[in-house]
Design a protein. Structure first.
Length: 255
């Protein structure tokens, strides 16, 4: 009733109204241990960039957000089983587009290797041969390293925090992650002060997709369109940038 009443008021005032689908609640798949993107805070609540972004989008669509603990390798199954309705900030790859639909990309996230300062490690198939390379299991980085550096000793991790700890302890020679994640989760904190980015920035769409977007169930065009409209709104009114500043001291590259 409240939604209909507000809609009538806006129409009477001659204002344009986004054609959001009639939904009351959306279930959002979020990770629980990937700060600053998504994590559980000291109060036991979901927090982080993805959580705040999802809350802002749900607010624009006049729906309630319910967060569901999820892992990136399980996102497709969660969507297909209707355990979640959307999953924020995923790389839009060809493989993922076969099992889910995506909003338009709203930022890009190049990937780079991380090494200890002073390292002479060469980022090439021969340079990484026999070297211990850390990746997050089931990610585009996992598939890329497996295909491009087959002679490397690939070690796979469930979450980035374990990966960065092993790199700092010398159990890995290098890791490949999104540059944004490396900066905020490792290089800009005490644990990673002796480490740096190295080698080229990897952003080939064939491997890393067309940017970062929000995944929805295959065929859910109404929700995809609603999210695109809500994303445009929060970019235009400054909400997106306000959320970004809470977690990142640098701009996110727009696609």
């Amino acid at each position: 009733m409240r939604r209909r009443y507000l809609l009538l008021l806006l129409l009477a005032a001659g204002r344009s109204v986004p054609a959001f689908a009639d939904r009351r609640e959306l279930r959002v798949g979020l990770e629980t241990a990937s700060p600053p993107f998504a994590y559980i805070d000291n109060a036991g609540e979901f927090a982080g960039f993805n959580a705040d972004l999802s809350r802002a989008l749900c607010s624009r669509m006049d729906v309630t957000c319910t967060f569901v603990p999820s892992r990136i390798p399980d996102f497709a199954q969660k969507l297909q089983s209707r355990a979640v309705d959307f999953v924020p900030t995923l790389s839009i790859t060809e493989a993922r587009k076969k099992v889910a639909d995506f909003t338009k990309p709203f930022y890009v996230a190049p990937n780079r290797f991380v090494v200890r300062r002073g390292s002479t490690l060469e980022i090439s198939p021969s340079g990484l041969a026999g070297k211990k390379v850390g990746v997050r299991r089931g990610t585009v980085q996992d598939r890329f390293v497996s295909a491009m550096y087959p002679a490397a000793k690939i070690q796979r991790y469930a979450d980035l925090s374990e990966l960065y700890i092993d790199l700092a302890l010398g159990r890995l020679d290098t890791v490949l992650t999104e540059e944004v994640a490396s900066r905020v989760q490792f290089l800009d904190v005490e644990l990673g002060r002796d480490f740096t980015l190295t080698g080229p920035r990897f952003a080939d769409p064939a491997w890393f997709g067309d940017g970062i977007g929000i995944a929805v169930r295959k065929g859910d065009d109404a929700l995809r369109n609603d999210l695109d409209a809500a994303l445009q709104q929060i970019r235009s009114d400054g909400t997106f940038d306000a959320i970004r500043r809470r977690y990142f001291s640098f701009q996110l590259e727009q696609s």
